[in-house]
Design a protein around this ligand. Sequence first.
Ligand code: PRE
Length: 287
Amino acid sequence: MQSEKFTPTVAYLGPEASFTHVAATKLFGTSGLIPQPTIPDCIEAVAKGHVAYAIVPMENALEGSVPMTIDYLFHESDLYINAEISIPIEQHLLVNPQQMSKLEEIESINSHPHALAQCHKYLKYHYRRVPLIQTTSTAAAAKYISEHPEAKIAAIGNRLAAERYGLHIAEENIHDFHFNHTRFIILSLRQGILEQEGHSEKRKTTLIVKLPEDDQSGVLYQVLSVFAWRKLNLSKIESRPMKTGLGNYFFIIDVLESDEHPMMLGAKEELAALNCSVRSLGSYFTY
Ligand SMILES: O=C(O)C(=O)C[C@]1(C(=O)O)C=C[C@@H](O)C=C1
């Protein structure tokens, strides 16, 4: 399936059977995948050249962006996006087989904060007084309860985690909204395109734009008009704090066009003429 002849090493948010692991196997197969405990560890592994790629969650359809990913991309690293993959997310309530008959005695429910938030209504209705404990991933929560069969803890995670860690699915599909997807980005030190079967027709480009330091009225409007009159379709724009003081932001902008398209070259020039700083995180296919 892969066009490259060697098996690349890929850091992913683990442990095994996290959603990021599921996304990674869809794109890279099962070999060369190296689990990391956190998103920063994935990003650091690729930034230091310990692995060829890192795959990390970027955005969930219910909960929005993963701020840790965006902030590390902007503040802590100099990486490029080589591909994007989006997968459906189904959350299940998992318990150790020893706890299956004692569900009403559950003392905490553990999972990744995004997963807990995706099941907010279910948890409020069925487990109102049970504390929710955040873990580094859904699979980390599943692994923990498999290693502590005596603990009266449930986890929220996927079917693969139930199988991998020998857990029971106490309740299926507990996410609050049916259309639940997460998109993941594949990062590397090189600007490049990961090209495999089943990619999108068009490329997407991610830009990081900083507005001029001197506060001018209408500058964001001007930035948007740079794309608008060129008919460059934006699929996302989001502001994040610069971390230099209240009111200072950078923008992450996804454009449904390749970085080398003449209109994109013109857009980047015009943004520079507006005194904006522009960094391209690369052009890539989506899967
Ligand atoms: O915890 C996992 O299994 C992950 O891969 C992380 C993550 C996320 O960061 O959003 C990925 C997909 C789901 O939305 C829930 C959690």
